[in-house]
Ligand binder design. Sequence first.
Ligand code: ADP
Ligand code: MG
Length: 702
Amino acid sequence: MFASNLDTSLVYLKGVGPKRAELLQKELGFSTYEHLLSHYPFRYIDRTRFYKINELLPDMPLIQVVGKIMTKETIGEKHKKRIVAKFADDTGTMELVWFQSLKWVEEHIYRGNNYIAFGKPNFFNGSFSISHPDLETYPRQNGSVTGNLTLQPIYNSTEKLKKAFLDSKGIQKLIYHIIELHINEIRETLPKYILDKYKLIGRKEAIINIHFPANTNMLQQAERRLKFEELFFIQLQLLYNKHLRSLKFKGSLFQNVGEKVNTFYNEIIPFDLTNAQKRVIKEIRLDTQRGSQMNRLVQGDVGSGKTVVALMSMLLANDNGYQACMMAPTEILARQHYESLVGMLKGELVKVGLLTGSTTKKQRTILHQQLENGEIDILVGTHALIEDKVLFHNLGLVVIDEQHRFGVEQRAKLWRKNSIPPHILVMTATPIPRTLAMTLYGDLDVSVIDELPAGRKPIDTKHLYENQRMRMFGFMKQEIAKGRQVYIVYPLIKESEKLDLLHLEAGIEQLSYQFPLPQYQVSIVHGKLSNADKQYEMQRFIDGKTQIMVATTVIEVGVNVPNASVMVIENAERFGLSQLHQLRGRVGRGAEQSFCILMSGNKLNPTSKKRLETMVRTNNGFEISEIDLELRGPGDITGTQQSGTIELKVADLAKDQVILQEARNTVIEIFDQDPQLVDPNNSLLKSFLAKRNTGISFDKIS
Ligand code: ADP
Ligand code: MG
C-alpha cells in the first residue's frame, strides 16, 4: 500500500524466478511481495490435536497421527507401481501409500523412524490408509517453516500453480520467505488512535499471525484487525467520494412547495400518506434545498407506495421550474409507471411523456421537441431516456426505479447531459441487508419506507408439494369463481431457456385441461414474445379479460394488478429468496385477502427447504433479505443482481456486521471532525486517498 521493498517484483523472491512469477501473475494476478502477503489463507487446520489409529472413523476430514513406519515396500508394475508403508502406534496399524514421487519417498522416508502423518484417512476393507500423507519427523523440529505451527494455513491455488509446485504448501513457503526477510517493512496503515480505541493489533503482527498463527487467540485478533482495515478503507473511499461530490456538484434548488405539489396533495391524492412516506418526502425536501446534488436510495418493500413518493418529488421539481424523468428497467414497467402517474394526476396538472424502445420515430421527434422547449414536465421511459439524442430543457430530478438493472456507467451518462447534474432518487423494492447497503451504496443516503399503507392484509403463503397439485388447482378455481385473477410463474434460467420454455408449455397444456375455454381465459407472457405481443397479453390481464396470467419472471418487478389475488410459483425451489419475495409482491395490492402458493418437487435440499419455510413464515422483506444473504453469501447477491461487485479478502458481510458498523462510524466521525484530513494523526488516511485517487476525475468516481 505504501512504497517499500514490498513493492518488489515477485521475480526476485527466493524460490520464484521468471516462470513462476509469470504464472502467479496470470493465475492470481500477483506481481509484488505485497500481493502475496495479502493472499490470506482461506482456512486453517488444527494441528494441535493428534488422533490414535483406533480413534479413526470413516469420513473424517484431515487429521494427524503419530506413529512409526514398520515396513515399507514397493509393489505393482508401471503405472500401478506404488509404495506402501505399514504405520503403527500403540493402538493399531494403518497404511501410508504413495503413487508419485516414489524416488523421493524411497530416499527420504525411513523404516523404523517416528513421524507425524497428516492427511485424509480412507477406509477400505476394514482398515485405514492415507494417500500421499504430509510427513514430519516426530518429535517436531523447531525452526522449519511449519515446524512449530499448530494451525496450518491452507491457501487457494490453481491447477497450473500446483503443477509448478505452488500448491498451498508451496505458497506458504514463499510467504514465509517474504516475512522472514521483510518483516520490518510491513507498515501500519491505521492511525494509532483507532488501533487504541478498538483494541486492534498492529498490521505487522496481524500479517504474521494471519499466515502463521501463534495460537487461536492471535489468529482471531489478526482476523479482526484485517477485517476492520479492509472495511474501514472501503468506507473511507466511499464517504470520501460522497464528500467530494457534495463539494464539486452544485444541485438545483427546489426551494418552493408550489401549486403543483399543493394541488396534488390537497385535492387529488385519494389516500393519506403513511408516516414512512411522509418521512421520506421530508428527507428529499431537505436534500433538494441544500444546494448540493441529492443521491438518495429509497428502499421500500413491494406495495409500500414508492411511486407516489417519486411523483411528489417530481412535482416538487416542476414547481421549481425543472423537468423530471423516471426510468424503469423494462418497457412494461415504464408503460405501467406512465399510466399510473397519469392516472394519479387526474388531468392536466402537469404534462407527462413516455419514451421507450417502441416509441415511433414520428412520436419521438415530437417528444424531443417538447422536451427541449420544456413543454413536457415529466418524462417516463426505459433506458431509451439516456440515449444521446434526448435533450432536456432543464432536467432537475431523475428517478430510477429498480436501479440494480441500471449500471453505474449508465447513471453517469445521464449526469453528463447537464452542467448542473440532476438530483438522483433511486428506488428499489429489493430490500438490501444493512451491511450490503452500507457497502454497495455507502456513498448514497438511504431512506427506508418500512411501513405498508393501512388496511393491507398480509399475504397468506403456503408451500405445496407436486403431489398436492390438485389442491392448488381447486383453490385457483375457487378464487377465480369469486372474480379474482391468478398469476402462475415459471422459473427462467438463462443457461437453458429452451428447457424453461418446455416447462412452460407443458404447464400450459396441463392448465388447458383444468381450465378449459371459453370459461377460462389465459394470458401468456414470456421472454420469447415480441414487445407488442407481451403488451397485448399483459393488457388483457390488466383489463380483466383473462383470469390467469402464465408468465416467466418477466413480470417480476412493479407490475400492478390489484384484482390479482393469487400468485402460484412453479418450481419455487429454483428461485432465490429475494426473487420469491419480489414475485409474491405482485399480489396483495387490493383490498382482498391474497395468497401465494409455492409449488415444489417432493425432494428438497436443506437450503431450498429453508428458503420456502422462510417465505411461509414471514412477509418482511428486510428479514428475508438478511436470511438470503446468510444462505447465499454476499458474492451471489452482488454478482447476480447488483451492478459492481465488492471483493472482500477477509471480511464477510453476512457475519461481520459489528466490525463494519464500527469501521463506518469511525470514518463518519473522522470526516465530521477533520474533513480535510489535516490532523497529523490522520496523515496515513490522507496519503491512502491521495494514492488511490490520483488522476481519478469526478465523472469516474460517480
Ligand atoms: P411500490 O412501492 O411497490 O412501487 P406502489 O407505489 O406501486 O408500490 O403502491 C402500491 C399501491 O398502493 C398503489 O396502488 C398505490 O396507489 C397504493 N398506495 C400508495 N400509498 C398509499 C397509501 N399511503 N395509502 C393507501 N394506498 C397507497
Ligand atoms: Mg414500484
